[in-house]
Design a protein around this ligand. Structure first.
Ligand code: ASP
Length: 439
C-alpha cells in the first residue's frame, strides 16, 4: 500500500497535535509520503503562521523593522520543536529568511516558508527525507500549474525515496522564484504527490470527521457523508460546502485515486471517501444539501417569446456584455428568468435593463432580490421516484415558498430557489425529511 497523507494546519498547530500526527503515520506502514501545511490555530482566536508570515512580509516590503514579527514566528516553531524534544535548530533558516525578506523576495516566498519550515520539523520528527517542492512543482508563465513537467519531476524524485516529507502550498515559478497556490493549497500539493507516486489513496487529515451532509451552522451535528463521488462533491462545493481545495480534485480524478477525508483528533472515524464512481449505495436518498444566499432574478416577459428564434442568446449576450455570469435560466413559454449574484448585479442593474430592452423589446422586466439557492445533491436520486415530492412536501410543511426549481438531466442535483429569509428553514426541513426521518 502506498498512501499520501496530507495534514492541515490545525493538525500541526502544536507539539501535542504533531504527536497525534506521528501516531497516525506510524500506525500504518503505507503512510509513506507526508504533506504538511503550516501550523494553524491552536485556539479559536490564535493566528495561523501563514497569516503571521504575510503580515511580517508586509512590514518588510515597506522597509519597516520586521524582526519582532519574525521572532514571534520562530517562537511558534520552537515551541513545537521543544515539545517534541527534537534536536533541531531553525536559526540558520530564519537568518536566510530574514535576509530574503530584506531583499524583497515577495509575499509568495514569505507565505511558503510556513510549510517549508514545518516540513523540516516534520521530516526530523519522523526521520523521513525532506523534499523541497520548489525543485519539483512548476508553474507556467500564466501562473498555472505545469502538470506534466511537475508530474515527471516529482515522480522521478519520489521513485528513489521510500518515505518523504513534501511541504504543501508552493512550487517554483517559470523564473525559479517561489510561487504558492491559492489559500488552502496544501490540499493541491497532496493531490499532485498522490498522482506522482500513483498512490492507492490520498488521505487528507483535518479537524472534521469528513464531509458533512449539510452546514453545521444550520443543522446541529449533521451526519458525515461516508462516500461521495467527485461529481456530487463538485455540485456541493460550488454551493459553498468546502472541506477540500477545489483544485485538489482534478489531478486525482484523472487517475482514479480516491481521497479519504479524516480527522486527526478522531483517527478511528472512517471519514469520507471521495471517489470517481461507486456501487456503494448512499445511506440516504440524498448525499448532501448546500446553498447560498444573495441572488437576484431578472424575469423577462414577452408574448410569443417561444417562437422567437435567438431570444435566449440575445438575452444572455446582454449579461455577457456586462461581464455577469448567470447561475440558472429557468424559462416558460413567454417568460425567461436569469439568476445572478446580487452583489455583482447591483451596480450594473440599469445597464442590463436598458440592454435587454434594446436586444429583445420585452413586454416587461421584473427584478427580484434577496433570493437563495439550495442544491439537493445525490446519486441516489437517479431513477428513484418521489424525491422531488418529498422535498417539496417538506418545504410546504415548513411554510417555505418555492420560487424556482431546476433539475439537471443528470438527476444528480435539484436546485431550489427560495427567499433569503427562508434559507435556513428550508435546509433544515430537507435534512429532517431525508436524514432524521430516514426516508
Ligand atoms: N498554509 C496555507 C494557508 O493557510 C496553505 C494550507 O494550509 O493549505 O492557506
Amino acid at each position: 500500500m502506498k498512501k499520501v497523507v496530507k495534514f492541515g494546519g490545525s493538525s500541526l498547530a502544536s507539539a501535542e497535535q504533531f504527536k497525534k500526527v506521528g501516531d497516525i503515520i506510524r500506525s500504518d506502514e503505507g503512510r509513506r509520503y507526508v504533506v504538511p501545511s503550516a501550523p494553524g490555530k491552536r485556539y479559536s482566536d490564535d493566528i495561523k503562521v501563514t497569516d503571521m508570515l504575510y503580515d511580517c512580509y508586509r512590514a518588510a516590503a515597506v522597509g519597516e523593522d520586521f524582526s519582532k514579527k519574525l521572532k514571534r514566528i520562530q517562537a511558534r516553531y520552537q515551541e513545537i520543536i521543544d515539545g517534541l524534544s527534537l534536536n533541531l535548530s531553525l536559526d540558520d533558516d530564519f537568518a536566510v529568511i530574514a535576509e530574503n525578506f530584506k531583499n524583497q523576495a515577495g509575499s509568495d516566498y514569505a507565505a511558503s516558508r510556513g510549510e517549508f519550515l514545518n516540513g523540516k520539523v516534520m521530516a526530523d520528527y519522523l526521520g523521513y527525507e525532506f523534499v523541497d517542492p520548489a525543485n519539483h512543482i512548476f508553474f507556467d508563465e500564466e501562473g498555472n500549474l505545469d502538470a506534466d513537467m511537475t508530474n515527471e519531476s516529482l515522480a522521478a524524485k519520489l521513485s528513489e525515496i521510500d518515505r518523504a516529507v513534501i511541504p504543501g502550498f508552493y512550487g517554483a515559478n517559470y523564473d525559479g522564484s517561489v510561487k504558492t497556490f491559492s489559500r488552502g493549497g496544501s490540499d493541491v500539493t497532496g493531490s499532485i504527490v498522490a498522482k506522482a507516486v500513483r498512490a492507492d489513496i490520498y488521505e487528507n487529515w483535518t479537524d472534521v470527521s469528513g464531509f458533512l451532509v449539510t452546514d453545521p451552522r444550520i443543522v446541529d451535528n449533521p451526519e458525515v457523508i461516508s462516500t461521495i463521488t467527485y461529481k456530487e462533491l463538485r455540485e456541493l462545493a460550488y454551493m459553498g460546502a468546502t472541506v477540500l481545495h477545489e483544485d485538489a480534485i482534478f489531478p486525482l480524478r484523472q487517475e482514479g485515486i480516491p481521497i479519504n477525508i479524516r480527522n486527526t483528533n478522531r483517527p478511528l472515524d472512517k471519514g469520507t471517501m471521495i471517489v470517481e464512481s461507486t456501487c456503494n449505495k448512499p445511506k440516504y436518498t440524498i448525499t448532501g444539501i448546500a446553498g447560498k444566499k444573495g441572488f437576484a432574478s431578472i424575469n423577462i416577459e414577452k408574448d410569443m417569446m417561444n417562437s422567437e428564434i435567438g431570444f435566449g442568446r440575445k438575452v444572455l449576450q446582454v449579461f455577457e456584455e456586462n461581464h455577469l455570469s448567470f447561475e440558472h435560466v429557468p424559462s416558460g413559454i413567454d417568460t425567461f428568468t436569469v439568476y445572478v449574484h446580487q452583489d455583482e448585479f447591483e451596480d450594473k442593474e440599469q445597464n442590463v435593463i436598458a440592454g435587454l430592452h434594446r436586444a429583445v423589446q420585452p413586454d416587461s422586466i421584473d427584478l427580484e432580490s434577496d433570493l437563495a439557492l439550495i442544491a439537493v445533491v445525490g446519486r441516489g436520486m437517479r431513477r428513484n421516484r418521489g424525491t422531488a415530492a418529498r422535498i417539496f412536501a417538506a418545504l410546504a410543511h415548513s411554510h417555505v415558498n418555492v420560487k424556482m426549481i431546476d433539475q439537471g438531466s443528470s438527476e444528480l442535483n435539484i436546485i431550489i430557489g427560495v427567499e433569503n429569509r427562508d434559507f435556513e428553514t428550508a435546509i433544515r426541513s430537507i435534512y429532517d425529511i431525508f436524514v432524521l426521518s430516514q426516508i
